[in-house]
Design a protein around this ligand. Sequence first.
Ligand SMILES: [Zn+2]
Ligand SMILES: [Zn+2]
Ligand SMILES: [Zn+2]
Length: 375
Amino acid sequence: MLMVIANKITTLLSSTIRDSITNGKTIRVQITNEATRFAQTRYSFQPFILRFSASQVTAKQTAKELINYIKNNVNFELDIVGCRESKVKCAANEIDILLFVKNSKSFAFLLDELNWPQSIDGQQYTFPSKPSIPSQLSIVVKNVSLRINIASFTDDLKNAYPSAENVIRLKNKNQTDIKLLKVEFKSVEERNTVLERRKIMVNYISYDVEQYLGQAKVLICTKCQGIGPFKRQCQQVNETCKVCGVSCHDIKQHQCSFVPKCIHCGSSHNSNDPKCPVVKSFRASLTRKLLSLPPTSSYSTDCPADFPRLASAQFASIRNTTTNLILLKLDVINKCVNKLNDNIEILARKTEQFEKFMADKIESDIQFDKRIQAL
Ligand SMILES: [Zn+2]
Ligand SMILES: [Zn+2]
Ligand SMILES: [Zn+2]
């Protein structure tokens, strides 16, 4: 089963994508597995920021104390991948400690303030700001009418999924509302449950859902300026100057003209410029590709620990609930149709009466005319 999924993904990813670009040329870009993996894993989590009033606090010690506290008191293995101190935003006697987590489980865990200790290493602290909920905890709800009331949608959604935190209407590049909603969850499990079902029921309407992916990040090789491969996988012998596009054996010896010429589109910008139409079109294709991947299979092959599959029994019970909701909705529709039928009958009767009245009227008018002519 896993093999089949893996093969399917490989076929999907190695398929060549054609994209026409602004100057009319048609280019071919290959979405490699590396590019996809890079895009999938580099959605970094915003740090949790703790503000201490004592300036002798260190980031390392704070991280260590927090991990120990959570392990001993809440029995949770907190994964912190980085920490640092910052004094940029705080007063002279204060210090900010930035903690970066490794995965969405740790992120979701820290989102709940109840999981934090009162003090760390004997020091009180505050949260000057909260990190925003990342793509890994978000979903996209598709085809949501622009006329629905977001507040009522949110209320109904929160009844079914208490960890749904924010509902955001997405916009296109012209800042116009589109029929997609982004929903941010505070719980990994609940978010994954929704993705497993691929549908959510809100106000008796069933919507398709997808994993949410922000703009995919595009890799540009620092050696050959090619799109996609990492430098260590680069096949090219020579190095390419990112400014003038000239290929040379030793870039350090290169006498650059400093006249920018992009190796992808030929325009006057650096070859690693994210505004390059070829790079942009690659990014769009990559984002589409990532969105088209079935969420369950991409999780099960890439990061099984982070996105556990649900047991089938749970899935079945969820489906039953959905079926029940559908039946309920059908019942409501049936009642509405019956009411509509009654109304149509009343209208039809009234129309008949009106038609009879008109016929009588025409007849009486004719009689009236005849009588006038007879006079
Ligand atoms: Zn390269
Ligand atoms: Zn150059
Ligand atoms: Zn370009």
